[in-house]
Design a protein around this ligand. Structure first.
Ligand code: C2E
Ligand code: MG
Ligand code: MG
Ligand code: MG
Length: 289
């Protein structure tokens, strides 16, 4: 077709870009449909107290049950959702669904938490606070059972507004977690704004850093954990895959553990089975550790 359009046609010069762009457009269109047709699902990954091994909560992770491509992971569509702005309605759905599910599972009484990932665009949305409040109201979930996971980028972009937003969220009573810590610009100064909340040490430290031996990785994690503790923060290590990593983190006084070793992200039905096997605790008990 490019040939027929003549020598001046730009089409002929960018066949690869054309394919990629077309793919993005079709993914975006499919994603829009997925939102309205309820093709998104949440999987939940369990988090455990590092010392007692008891369940403390779940992180909700979005998946897309695509009619022809099967189950898609966030790596395949989150970026497109962000670029197109679809992350805002998608995030709202995730927030509501996670709160609803946690409340149905008895989070209020049994004292476990549900963590929801929030992207920068969603967080900066002026109505985000109202949406959080609405999700709590309609589900009946206690605010202290909800953890919002933010990445450093959120706090770097528009610091003034972001800090105000954090204060408002704290007033609502939800908890905040700094996700993927150590992968971005990692200004340690950011930590002072998250006192009393949660630090999630990125899996790259846990896996790549040889924490099971007395190497630099171990020293770095030890430092991060003690810094977080001195700021009154709770530390969760992500991506724990081996018993050695678990034991190392435990000996370094890490508070909570999340990773394939103890549980992969699972559909709601499987989590329900898990919940029937664990003894309940109050949320005060869990949050105190
Ligand atoms: P994240 O928030 O850091 O979530 C942890 C990711 O690490 C998840 O990948 C999880 O499946 C994976 N993971 C957990 N334990 C292990 C382990 O032991 N080994 C390995 N290799 N991986 C482990 P997933 O579900 O593919 O999600 C990737 C990212 O997508 C998330 O990273 C988060 O940034 C984003 N995401 C997921 N759900 C949502 C959502 O609802 N909203 C937004 N805005 N982002 C989301
Ligand atoms: Mg997360
Ligand atoms: Mg993370
Ligand atoms: Mg990550």
């Amino acid at each position: 077709r490019a040939k027929r359009e003549g020598k001046n046609s730009v089409r002929a010069f960018q066949p690869l870009m054309g394919i990629e762009a077309a793919e993005r457009v079709s993914t975006e269109r499919d994603l829009r449909l997925a939102l309205t047709q309820r093709h998104l699902v949440l999987h939940y990954q369990s988090q455990f107290d590092a010392q007692s091994g008891r369940l403390t909560g779940f992180e909700a992770l979005v998946r897309w049950q695509h009619p022809t491509h099967g189950l898609l992971y966030p790596g395949k569509f989150i970026e497109i959702a962000e670029d197109s702005g679809l992350i805002v309605p998608m995030g709202e759905w995730v927030l509501n669904e996670a709160c609803r599910q946690a409340a149905v599972w008895g989070a209020n009484g049994q004292g476990f938490t549900v963590s929801v990932n929030v992207s920068a665009l969603q967080f900066m949305d002026p109505v985000f606070l109202l949406k959080v409040q609405a999700a709590l109201d309609s589900s009946g979930l206690k605010p202290e059972c909800l953890i919002l996971e933010l990445t450093e980028s959120v706090l770097l972009e528009n610091r003034e507004r972001a800090l105000k937003q954090l204060t408002h969220l704290r007033d609502i009573g939800v908890r905040l977690a700094l996700d993927d810590f150590g992968t971005g610009y990692s200004s340690l100064g950011l930590l002072q704004h998250l006192q009393g909340d949660i630090l999630k040490i990125d899996s790259s430290f846990v896996r790549g850093g040889q924490i099971d031996v007395a190497g630099p990785g171990r020293a770095l994690i030890e430092f991060l954990i003690s810094l977080a503790h001195s700021l009154g923060m709770c530390v969760i290590a992500e991506g724990v895959e081996t018993e050695e990593q678990y034991q190392a983190l435990r000996s370094l006084d890490c508070d909570r553990i999340q990773g394939f070793l103890l549980g992969r992200p699972e559909p709601a039905e499987l989590i329900e089975k898990r919940l029937n096997m664990v003894e309940p605790r109050t949320h005060e008990e869990i949050l105190e550790t």
